[in-house]
Design a protein around this ligand. Structure first.
Ligand code: SF4
Ligand code: SF4
Ligand code: SF4
Length: 259
C-alpha cells in the first residue's frame, strides 16, 4: 500500500476529502495548517476534491482518500464503497470517522432527534441509524484521531506514506505524554481526567492548559475502564453515572452498551 503511493510520486499524489455525518471541523482545521506547510505539501499532493476550499469533484482514481464524519445512514454505504473502490489508501479523518466520535452520543438517546431538531425532527433527510466509525462500512487503512483531527498527525501520516514508510499510531495513554512534559496531574486539583485511558499522540495539551483530557482521540486498545471509574470516583469526586457519561463523550461506539 505504501509502495503504491510511492510509485504515484512520479506525478503528484491525488488526494481527496469526503464528508459524512460531521461538523466538517476537521476539514476546516486542515486549512489552519499554515501557508508554509501547505506550500510544502502542495509540491507533492494534488487536491482533487476538497469541498471546503474548491468546487471541483473527483470521479476517477484517488491515491489517498480522507473521510470525515461517521457512518450513520445506510444510504451512505454505496458512496463509501465507491470511494473505497477508487482509492489506494483510505484514511479516517478525525474522531467522527475514526470512532464515531461525538455523533455517537445519539446511540444512547432515544429522543435525540427531537432534542436537537424539535418540530422538524421527522424531516426525511434527518433519518439516520446508529452512529459508527467509517470502518463499520468499508476497510480503513489508517486513522487520524482527535476532535478536530490532529493536523500534526495528518502531516506525519502523509509524509510517511510519501516516503513509503508505515506510520505508527500511538497506543499508549495520554498520561505518558503528560508526564513527559511535567504537567501537574489534574487529579491533584480534584478534577477528573481521562488521560489514563485516552490514546496519546496529541502531546497532552489539555492538562497542560489546566483542562482535563476528554479522550477526544478515543481510547487505547483494552482500556481499564474499571480502574478509570474507580479513580474518577475517588480522586475526581464524580459519581459512577457521571463518570460513565464523561468517559463516553468521544467513545460512545466503543462502549459495550452502545445500542
Ligand atoms: S471529529 Fe470533531 S471537528 Fe471533526 S468533524 Fe467530528 S465533530 Fe467535527
Ligand atoms: S492530568 Fe490527566 S493525562 Fe495528565 S497525568 Fe493526570 S490523569 Fe494523566
Ligand atoms: S489531551 Fe485529551 S482531549 Fe486534549 S487533545 Fe489530547 S486526547 Fe484530546
Amino acid at each position: 500500500m505504501s509502495t503504491s503511493i510511492e510509485k504515484a510520486k512520479a506525478s503528484k499524489v491525488k488526494v481527496a476529502f469526503f464528508d459524512f455525518s460531521s461538523c466538517e471541523g476537521c476539514q476546516i482545521e486542515l486549512t489552519n495548517l499554515g501557508e508554509e506547510v501547505f506550500t510544502g505539501l502542495l509540491q507533492h499532493l494534488e487536491f482533487v476534491e476538497f469541498r471546503e476550499v474548491m468546487t471541483e469533484t473527483a470521479k476517477g482514481p484517488i491515491d489517498i482518500a480522507f473521510i470525515e464524519g461517521a457512518f450513520t445512514r445506510e444510504a451512505d454505504r454505496k458512496r463509501l464503497e465507491d470511494i473505497r473502490a477508487r482509492s489506494k489508501t483510505v484514511i479516517s479523518f478525525g474522531a467522527c470517522a475514526s470512532t464515531g466520535g461525538i455523533t455517537a452520543l445519539k446511540n444512547h438517546m432515544s429522543d435525540y432527534s427531537q432534542c436537537v431538531y424539535g418540530v422538524n425532527s421527522g424531516a426525511p433527510h434527518l433519518a439516520s441509524q446508529k452512529s459508527e466509525p467509517i470502518s463499520a462500512a468499508i476497510k480503513v487503512d489508517y486513522a487520524i484521531h482527535g476532535c478536530p483531527m490532529d493536523k500534526d498527525e495528518f502531516v506525519y501520516i502523509v509524509s510517511h506514506l510519501l516516503h513509503g514508510k508505515e506510520p505508527v499510531i500511538p497506543n499508549h495513554p495520554v498520561c505518558v505524554e503528560c508526564k513527559m512534559r511535567e504537567t501537574v496531574c489534574r487529579y491533584s486539583y480534584g478534577h477528573h481526567c481521562m488521560g489514563l485511558v485516552a490514546r496519546a499522540g496529541c502531546g497532552a495539551p489539555c492538562p497542560a492548559d489546566g483542562i482535563p483530557c476528554e479522550a477526544c482521540r478515543g481510547f487505547i486498545e483494552h482500556p481499564n475502564e474499571e480502574s478509570l471509574t474507580k479513580v474518577m470516583n475517588e480522586r475526581g469526586r464524580m459519581t459512577s453515572e457521571r463518570a460513565k457519561n464523561k468517559s463516553r463523550m468521544f467513545t460512545a461506539t466503543l462502549r459495550g452498551d452502545a445500542k
